[in-house]
Design a protein around this ligand. Structure first.
Ligand code: GRF
Length: 205
């Protein structure tokens, strides 16, 4: 088996284009030794994102790759795959990345791409279900609980096999904002905890 085919030790490649708070939680856990994994590269499609700034501050190689830098979908896909391979990535993590990955990255890392979603999939997922929209839909449905899902990424939004899930209560006084805050805090803990289980072989990808 070549180096690139080995999952362990975990060598993480991130796609992150937003605030980057999940990315930060994982970078912190790697740095303080509570997660045995090595962040190798961060790729973002928004050059001004908190995620790319956090990567830079942590000294992790970071790249802005978008429709602007690579207008051709196939070329962008190939470039992203090349970045992952060049940095020896064994596990890909989507942490606040709303674009679809291309077929080359999807097939090269099939079964080794994780996404985090701020609800209990398969409910409240799919196209258009991101950010506040998710929590608005949970509230509108009168749900008593929501949660966090870590799942494998496939060609369709939020549709890949579920790897781990945890629940978060919804209270009578909750608003979209209070829920978003509570769920996001849980995401930080839960993403790291799930990766720790993968590293320990307690969750097998
Ligand atoms: C999180 O809620 C995550 O579940 C979703 O996008 C958000 C990203 O937040 N996929 P951040 O960039 O990690 O702060």
């Amino acid at each position: 088996m070549s180096d690139a085919e080995r999952l362990f030790p975990l060598r993480l490649g991130f796609f992150a284009s937003h605030e980057g708070s999940n990315l930060q939680a994982i970078l912190d856990a790697c740095r303080n030794g509570t997660l045995p994994a090595e962040p190798r590269v961060v790729i973002g499609n928004n050059s001004n994102s908190g995620a790319l700034k956090r990567a830079e501050a942590a000294g992790v190689p970071s790249f802005h790759v978008s429709g602007r830098t690579h207008p051709d979908d196939a070329e962008r896909d190939a470039f992203q795959l090349d970045l992952l391979r060049r940095h020896g990535v064994s596990l890909v993590i989507l942490a606040g990345f709303m674009k679809k990955l291309g077929p080359k990255v999807l097939s090269a890392y099939s079964g080794r791409i994780l996404n985090i979603h701020p609800a209990l999939l398969p409910k409240f997922g799919g196209p258009g279900m991101y950010g506040k929209r998710v929590h608005r839909a949970v509230l509108a449905a009168g749900e008593k609980e929501t949660g966090v899902t870590v799942h494998l990424v496939t060609a369709e939004y939020d549709a890949g096999p579920i790897v781990a899930q945890c629940r978060v209560p919804v209270g009578p006084g909750d608003t979209v904002e209070t829920m978003q805050k509570r769920v996001l805090r849980k995401e930080h803990e839960f993403f790291v905890e799930t990766l720790r289980k993968i590293a320990a072989g307690k969750i097998v990808l």
